[in-house]
Write a protein that binds this ligand. Sequence first.
Ligand code: F2R
Ligand code: MG
Ligand code: MG
Length: 299
Amino acid sequence: MKMERFTGCLTGLAIGDSLGAPLEGFLSFTVTADLGSHYTDDTAMMIGIAESLIECKGFNGDNMAQKFVSNYYKEPWRGYGSGPPRIFKMIKQGRRWDECLDKEIFPGGSYGNGAAMRIAPIGLFYFDDIKKLREISHKTSQITHSHPLSMEGAALEAYAVSLALIREKNFIQKLYDFTILDIYKKKIKAIEHLLTEKENRDRVVRELGNGVTAHESVPTAIFSFLSTDSFKDSVIYAVSLGGDTDTIGAMTGAISGAFYGYDSIPKKWLEKLENRDYIFNLATLLFKTKKKLLDLKIH
Ligand code: F2R
Ligand code: MG
Ligand code: MG
């Protein structure tokens, strides 16, 4: 466990988000664009998770939900999906975090990618306990996204971050064995055969997706990481697929940042990143909190 990988992961998420933000909703294209001037809801919600994990030294549903709510009301213009702001309003009015409030908006709950886009701190914090990583990923999702596709998509993204953190060699097989839903198993199989086809973006998008739902974006981010050899190439590739570019960029950036580390992120992007020092310090505190807990377990 290295601090450089924690800072790389959370900063990488914000960079991928900011790179994709000006292009969200466009079709696939060659990326020449630079970072946008703001990150979006993806990073704002990741910050809420990290703040809560640090404050509570682990998962606390009430505290995390309150972080989401207060961060949203401070900056409601960050481009949130349609569901979460309605849920934040319900929580502000006294509803509980674990009532699966999204079921009152979408039948069966939301299967949007809003749970997976923010989950990276859970992958870092629970990297050493796979059972807990899934359990806490599901609970963290449930605050706004209780559909099984969303909860499992978030767990898969968190697990990919944890595998990147330890530089796991058998990445694809581990992901395949981890996931409990057939739709994700099928997409992970597709990742394997698409690795030699990455320039055929139409095919990648057709088979993996580039949309706003969890199952059409989490495997795409994992593919963007696995099919490239550097932090920079992975996020540029992710964004070049079009569609939900900020979110696929954010999820790719989190995995790549955990794998390649903070120093691999291009300096000119770091210089332009909004709230760079705050995000860096948050990742450092998350690392120190986790390290203290690990040390207590050992001694
Ligand atoms: N909201 C956006 N982008 C819109 C443009 C923003 C613009 N640039 C601006 O600045 O204002 N991006 C963000 O939203 C996505 C994450 O969304 P989240 O948090 O999952 O929201 P929600 O509402 O829960 O789900 C998203 C949509 O998915 C469909 N959906 C989900 N569950 C469904 C169900 N059970 N049945 C039918 N449809 C369902 C709906 O269309 C939801 O609106 C990220 O891209 C983030 O960047
Ligand atoms: Mg966004
Ligand atoms: Mg998005």
